[in-house]
Design a protein around this ligand. Sequence first.
Ligand code: GCO
Length: 460
Amino acid sequence: MPFPNDFVWGAAAASYQIEGAARADGKGPSVWDMFCKKAGAVFQNHHGDVACDHYHRYREDVALMQQMGLHAYRLSISWPRIIPQGIGPVSSAGLAFYDRLIDALLAAGIEPYVTLFHWDLPLALYHRGSWLNRDSSDWFADYTRVVVERLSDRVKNWMTFNEPSIFLGMGYQTGIHAPGDRLRFAELTRAAHNILLSHGKAVQAIRAYTKQSCRVGFAPAAVGRIPHTDSPLDIVAAKSVMFGSFEKSISHNGLWLDPVFLGEYPKGLLDAFGDEGPEILDGDMTTIGQPLDFFGINIYAWERVKAKADGKSGGELVPYPVGYPVTALGWPVTPDALYWGARFFHERYRKPIFITENGLSLRDLVSVDGKVHDPQRIDFLTRYLAALRRASEHGADVAGYFQWSVMDNFEWAQGYRERFGLIHVDYQTLARTVKDSGHFYAEIIRKNGSNLPDLPLSAI
Ligand code: GCO
């Protein structure tokens, strides 16, 4: 059984994680350039100064993407490469790089899906108050205008933010990501509201300045729960955790997904925030709730829940048993997260679903035969994609899948220790080697998934 005929097969990466050239051609510093210089902030003090040197090697990388037969490539634009100070003068060299990259992708028959913000905030804007400053929504809208005016004659698939709940939570609450701050809860909800406003104004800018009809979405993470069984009670329990059960948290789906797709914060969430909730001005929710064309979602590992014994709402966590399969990062392998995620999000938000990220990290290495054998990634892909196809068969409008990641890259606070790529990168020589999983994924694309086994959920 194949996937839908027009299913989009892609792979993803992000500017700071692969480009390198951190100061080339007038690029301004980002908060990650600053953060990596803090001793101990990143594994072995790794940083993105060189990364995969994609800035100079993009033609080779696009050629490898073409070899794999990718339909699409999800890239992000480096804001400080376009506008070095975040606002003000635009870098022609920065725009020229993305001109070259987009042209190379199109020449290779690969559709670019562009994320406007994947965590590399211009450092100058951090010093102007970052997302705590309500002006951030105008800064972001103007940056979006510059990019869309330049690239929208060739780019027709846009995403505004990547995982706002993660970059806000890890960068400004726990501080284990850039910029490494630990804000008060009321500051976090203010920043979240400004990020959502930035999203809405960016959507307006895309619609206003695009040079062709286009599709707009964003790529959130989500709090996800897998029903322990497919019993109605367990399904209700999983959804009640995902879309109800409000508490004082900036991770809650109701803080991010409902305002964007339903145009409002859930009342229960604002009640839970109390006087630490965001200040909402007239018109804000209309701005935030700009219509979108698809529901992008990054899904990796979800927890399982079952109905509470006392029948109350919410769900009881079902821990994974000792020895349950995990990735090199310790994330449980939970393929049915793609099944339930596609079904739950399509049911609630009624938009075509793109899995904008899914993958695993392994400790891949180049074997004596010069190849990179990664059978666990092949098994992972088999299970997760079989589950996603099952969701499609059961009525979810599944439109595409982007593997994270096209190549090994800088995995934030873990630096280069974690390898997520379909392509191995030797960080000393920068040599690329397509892994066995890259060849396997190419076969899946060629056969539109019909070569994947027809696994029942219980076997996934
Ligand atoms: C994220 C980011 C990616 C990560 C990937 C693996 O989801 O954290 O979008 O940049 O590298 O998800 O953690």
